[in-house]
Design a protein around this ligand. Structure first.
Ligand code: NAD
Length: 471
């Protein structure tokens, strides 16, 4: 079992004063770490350290900050295999992609922030005024359990780049890669107090962090419910918030699309990280005239998937992160079947051959009507909803008929037609014919998927105040 200290404050590791926490393995349920989490007093110490360190950090040069971030990126890249192995256990990410998404992608994102910083114009003349960008102060970052390090690279890292100091609270369900990241920050030579870590629960550590008067901005990734709570807690202090929340993203297949390509890419886009992805393409909207063909393709594709131990290189779909999450996903599937959804592939049964004690769910495809709960709520597991429509107009209406607006995809043989539909989708990002994810592009939600943007210049700018000096 790993020894974990819950707080890293002023460059010193210490045990937390809060409740006892356990981190479990998604693969087989065994306990990976047991430790006391951070409490409100730990958060107070962390915010005080960040506040003290701020003046000196804000005065560092762009070159110094970019250099420290690049050194950190190199250390993350060096430890990518180890970070991937830990994430396979605590998140359930299949080994084949774990060191990429929890290691190399994180390093690339940190380098991208450094590059953005180096070319950023901190000052501009607007008529007779000089407009200055200044770091807000202490930034609080709160992350979810599905991609802990990628989220940290799009919150904590741009905050530090901007000249803010920071306190990070990762999810208590999967904090171990974050602990390793802070070791890398220390090794890279980040000055004491600039980045501080508190591993604790939302109730004990999260609320204390959001309401701390020294915090100038809270950047949050997690569920819409918790996001609403954070906005409410931040409001009395007029503390800024950026909220990256849930999604129910649609992949819209037009009648002239290459069906084989669209269906296999959409299924991958749904099942990535075992469905534990906020931008997962969980609704597949298809022309009714091609529904039978689509379902045949899905049945074949699901039959070829290897579901099981995330440590096995052959695995395509691993477990979800916790027993509670597994129960939630299975509950959604059972409820959908009871409400009339048609099972196309998978289902609520056990995964044959998977390690005992792990949190496995069979990749499941359901044909549903758009009003069903499973077509409207975020499931956060390996479940795809297929919805048949009779026209492009109806496809757009169904895709937009959701509380969420995080992501989406459009498929058509005519790229202009696909782009025209992409323009009509009420979401923060849309992929046209499999357009690749871009770490420098803005990422964030419309509607209840949140507000604020991460990535590239857009993410950096969240951490600035803007001052106009009249000359
Ligand atoms: P969650 O909302 O339960 O928890 C997220 C974080 O908030 C954790 O660190 C948790 O401890 C903390 N927290 C909980 N209650 C809090 C409170 N009252 N005050 C302060 N902090 C509190 O989410 P989760 O289950 O960890 O993650 C899954 C959710 O995250 C899904 O809804 C998913 O869509 C979303 N997500 C969104 C994005 C995005 O970029 N939009 C990315 C990944 C995940």
């Amino acid at each position: 079992m790993q020894q974990v200290q819950a707080t890293y404050v002023d460059a010193t590791w210490a045990v937390g004063g809060g409740a006892e926490l356990e981190v479990g393995s998604a693969a087989d349920g065994r306990v990976l770490a047991r430790f006391r989490g951070a409490d409100a007093q730990d958060v107070d110490r962390a915010c005080a350290a960040a506040d003290r360190a701020w003046d000196a950090w804000a005065a560092t040069s762009v070159g110094e900050r970019a250099g420290l971030l690049r050194a950190t990126a190199d250390l993350v890249a060096k430890r990518a295999d180890e970070l991937g192995a830990v994430a396979s256990l605590e998140v359930g990410t299949p080994a084949r992609m774990a060191s990429t998404v929890h290691g190399h992608l994180v390093a690339a994102t940190i380098r991208d922030v450094a590059t953005t910083l180096e070319s950023y114009a901190f000052e501009e003349r607007v008529g007779t005024s000089l407009v200055l960008k200044e770091p807000i102060g202490v930034a609080a970052a709160i992350t979810a359990w599905n991609y802990p390090l990628y989220q940290l690279a799009t919150k904590l890292v741009p905050a530090l780049a901007a000249g803010c100091t920071a306190v990070l609270k990762p999810s208590e369900i999967a904090p171990l890669t974050t602990v390793a990241f802070f070791e890398a920050l220390a090794e890279a030579g980040l000055p004491a107090g600039v980045a501080n870590l508190v591993v604790g629960t939302g109730a004990e550590a999260g609320e204390a962090l959001v309401t701390d008067p020294r915090v100038g901005i809270v950047s949050f990734t997690g569920s819409t419910r918790t996001g609403a709570r954070i906005a409410e807690l931040a409001a009395p202090g007029i503390t800024r918030t950026t909220l990256e929340l849930g999604g129910k993203s649609a992949s819209v297949v037009l009648d002239d699309a290459d069906l084989g390509q669209a269906v296999s890419a959409s299924l991958r886009g749904c099942l990535i990280n075992n469905g534990q992805t906020c931008a997962a393409l969980t609704r597949l909207v298809v022309p009714r005239s091609r529904l039978a063909e689509v379902e045949r393709l899905l049945v074949d594709a699901v039959a070829q998937l290897v579901t099981g131990d995330p440590r096995d290189e052959a695995t395509d779909v691993g477990p979800v992160a916790s027993a509670a999450q597994r129960e939630r996903v299975l509950g959604h599937i059972e409820d959908a079947l009871a409400q009339g959804a048609v099972l196309v592939a998978g289902g609520p049964g056990p995964v044959d051959g998977a390690p005992a004690g792990g949190h496995y769910v069979r990749p499941t495809v359901l044909r549903v009507e758009p009003h069903l709960r499973i077509a409207r709520e975020e499931v956060f597991g390996p479940v795809l909803c297929v919805i048949a429509v009779d026209s492009t107009e109806e496809a757009v209406a169904v895709a937009n008929d959701t509380d969420y607006g995080l992501s989406g995809a459009v498929w058509s043989g005519d790229p202009d037609r696909a782009l025209a539909v992409a323009r009509r989708l009420r979401t923060g990002q849309v992929a046209v014919n499999g357009g690749a994810f871009n770490i420098s592009a803005p990422f964030g939600g419309y509607k209840r998927s949140g507000y604020g943007r991460e990535g590239g210049r857009f993410g950096l700018e969240e951490y600035f105040e803007t001052k106009a000096v009249q000359l």
